[in-house]
Design a protein around this ligand. Structure first.
Ligand code: GLC
Length: 722
């Protein structure tokens, strides 16, 4: 038996043995990913047989997130794989990639909502169920997690990432990779992950997708790089190069970013795949005159596999002959790709059991996890003691454009879920509080809704955005609710009844007016299959809300970008001009509508007694900061305790606050807990102007509290002397 076919041999032995047997054409074949499915089985089958396809992407459009995708045909996938294994010369399996972002048949909340749970463990569990369901339909590799830090709610893809903070996004990155890949990707139900879109895609100018980005290397390293570093440390198999250009250099053409930083500094040993056509798009970005140049630039930059376009397939062989691409670089890329295929166990288990899917889709534990993650991600923004609702003796009007919505509850990038299984908010409320009289509107017209609302004791208005107002290419110039929704609340207000507004949206919207008019506001995001039940659990008090905002909410589009971890400007905070211009506009406030980390509970929490285990530490030491958290209310509840630091003086300007720890704490009424955070090199270091990751001696402030506006603080010093 050839070494590469022997599962007893090590992965590296198998890779090297196979590499020696491959022709240059077969090596180049591994570098191409082609769109494939039932529509082109025969054509792709011929390419596979000739050893010219390394991967199939189970999609037919670049806008997978917003358009109905093809339903995967397992038989078709197995046939394509059979051709690869039994009819190609060396029998190298293809790896099937697909966008499985926040769920498969069971949809979990959108990633931005998952971040609001501040519960990495639960996010990991959800990711594992997502991978299990996807693997049952011949998906070997997902293009998730999306790790783009975003500070611009106009950008449609803000929903797809984990918000504005590097620390929170890094925690979610690690959890997602662990959930998707597990400890051993060859195990059933595990697939390869892909951290994307490396790097800085969320900083698109104007919040317009694919647009140019201008971020300094220092900002790129301190804000955008940490989640990818976390994913690499978690063992992510692949990373996707982004569409955009930063400072004149398309990322897909950047040797500095893809090879020097990612593969060099971070030691990433998986493979880099381009985004859809992003190699060919180098022509549009005017850095390549033709597809041959595009192939040369992208491949030499470090893009190992080309998605969708065929520049590699057409031109790499001639580029090698012309001495423009080294065969060593080709073999490096092939090694990386084959290593992932061996680690996935594709050579031993290339086919998918067609009977598996019916057993794993929408399993009760998947649905339970989806409901739990949805309810823990929802954020209570306001409550004038109208929540939780009593479940007897009252009439509740459940109205609004999202009250009966199913598809929108899934959010964008949810291609394979069973929409019929989505629980609407109305259904959720009828299920959870069957004894309550729920009044709803038969029609979609506001008139009908207001007519029904007149009969109720309390109004639950379910507002929000459709899934197609978010996601790739779906950006908006203003961040208000869709037309008519705020006006509906204005009209309902005249009825003089309590109004509970539930916002089912992907992005953080400017809901200032709705908040003024409502007696309670619950931000439910796009919560997935079990969203309606999760909303009802919270509204009726079966679950005490504990979600916290992973992104700043604005009260004017003019504030963009506004985020909590900003730098301090040069004006002293009490300076007259700073009070006007540094923070405020003449025509609006500079303050956020709701700050990062904010979220209410049905109970209240008090923080006090912040202390340090020492006042001064040496570089390399750890310091421990602690504080008491007390449940001062009448209901048990969970609080996300957060820890922020500020490096007061450094060789480059540092943010006024940075999240460096969070812990969920469950407390019964009257109970207290002392919560501690350890701060060491990783938490206190930053990338300096020279690009090195360093901890500089000096003074630090540390806060502990329930959001980024906490005032409970203490100072410590990192001493110069060692
Ligand atoms: C899209 C997206 C990317 C996705 C890929 C495949 O354009 O940018 O996130 O994974 O193409 O659908």
């Amino acid at each position: 038996m050839e070494t590469y076919k022997n599962p007893q041999s090590s992965v590296s032995e198998r890779v090297e043995d196979l590499l020696l047997r491959m022709t240059i054409e077969e090596k180049i074949g591994q570098l191409s990913q082609v769109p494939a499915g039932t529509e082109n089985t025969e054509e792709v089958g011929c390419l596979i047989k000739a050893g010219r396809v390394g991967s199939r992407i189970l999609a037919f459009t670049a806008h997978a997130g917003s358009e109905k995708q093809l339903i995967v045909d397992i038989t078709e996938s197995n046939e394509a794989q059979r051709i690869a294994v039994e009819e190609s010369r060396l029998g190298i399996p293809v790896i099937n990639g697909k966008d499985v972002i926040h769920g498969y048949r069971t949809s979990f909340p959108i990633p931005l909502a998952q971040a609001a749970s501040f519960d990495p463990q639960l996010v990991e569990e959800a990711a594992s169920f997502m991978a299990l369901e996807a693997s049952a339909e011949a998906v070997h590799w997902t293009f998730a997690p999306m790790l783009d830090i975003s500070r611009d709610p106009r950008w449609g893809r803000i929903i797809e990432g984990f918000g504005e903070d590097p620390y929170l996004c890094s925690a979610m990155a690690s959890a997602s990779v662990r959930g998707i890949q597990g400890e051993d990707m060859s195990k059933d139900g595990k697939i390869a992950a892909c951290a994307k879109h490396y790097i800085g895609y969320g900083a698109a100018e104007g919040g317009r997708d694919y647009n140019s980005v201008e971020i300094s290397d220092n900002t790129l390293r301190n804000i955008y790089l940490p989640p990818f570093k976390a994913a690499v440390e978690a063992g992510v198999s692949t990373i996707m190069s982004a569409f955009h250009e930063n400072g004149g250099e398309p990322v897909t053409a950047s040797k500095y970013l893809l090879t020097d930083v990612l593969k060099g500094e971070l030691g990433f040993n998986g493979f880099v795949i381009s985004d859809w056509d992003s190699v060919k798009q180098l022509l549009h970005q005017s850095v390549a005159a033709n597809e041959a140049e595009a192939a040369e630039i992208a491949f030499n930059a470090g893009v190992d596999m080309e998605m969708a376009s065929s520049c590699y397939e057409k031109h790499i062989k001639e580029l090698i002959k012309a001495g423009k691409i080294d065969i060593e670089r080709v073999e490096d890329a092939v090694r990386r790709i084959l290593t992932i295929k061996f680690k996935l166990g594709l050579f031993e288990k290339p086919y998918t059991d067609i009977n598996l899917a019916k057993d794993v889709m929408l399993k009760p534990e998947h649905l339970e996890c989806a409901k739990r993650l949805a309810s823990r991600s929802m954020v209570l923004l306001k409550n004038n003691n109208v929540l939780p609702l009593s479940s007897c003796g009252i009439k509740i009007a459940v109205i609004g454009p999202m009250a009966k919505e199913r598809k929108a509850m899934n959010g964008s990038w949810c291609l394979d879920s069973n929409i019929d299984r989505v629980v609407t908010v109305e259904e959720g409320m009828r299920t959870i509080a069957s004894e309550v009289e729920i009044i709803t509107s038969s029609g979609a017209l506001t008139d009908n809704m207001i007519y029904e609302a007149r009969k109720a004791d309390i109004i639950v208005a379910v507002l929000g955005e459709s899934d197609i107002r978010n996601g790739e290419g779906n950006c908006i110039a203003d961040i208000l609710l869709p037309p008519g929704q705020t006006e509906m609340i204005e009209l309902l207000k005249h009825l003089g009844k309590p109004i509970v507004s539930v916002i089912c949206s992907g992005r953080p919207l400017n809901i200032e007016r709705v908040c003024q008019l409502s007696d309670a506001v619950l931000y439910a995001w796009h919560p997935g299959t079990q969203g309606g039940l999760a909303v009802a659990d919270i509204l009726f008090g079966h679950v005490n809300p504990s979600g916290k905002l992973p992104v700043t909410f604005l009260n004017s589009i003019g504030q963009v970008p506004l985020y909590y971890n900003h730098k301090s400007n040069g004006r002293p905070i009490d300076d007259y001009y700073n009070c006007l211009s540094g923070w405020n506009y003449q025509d609006s406030t500079g303050k956020p509508l709701f700050p990062f980390g904010y979220g209410l509970s049905y109970t209240t929490f008090k923080y006090d007694s912040i202390t340090l285990n020492k006042e001064v530490i040496k570089v390399g030491d750890c310091i421990e900061v602690s504080a008491n958290v007390t449940n001062t209310g009448s209901l048990a509840g969970e609080e996300v305790v957060q820890c922020y630091i500020r490096d007061k003086v450094a060789s480059c300007s540092r943010p006024v606050k940075e999240l460096k720890g969070f812990k969920r704490v469950f407390l019964k009424p009257g109970d207290s807990e002392r919560v501690s955070f350890a701060l060491g090199m990783e938490e206190l270091s930053f990338y300096g102007r020279d690009g090195s990751f360093q901890l500089e001696p000096g003074k630090f402030t540390v806060w502990i509290g329930g959001d980024c506006m906490s005032e409970l603080k203490v100072e410590f010093e990192v001493s110069k002397s060692n």
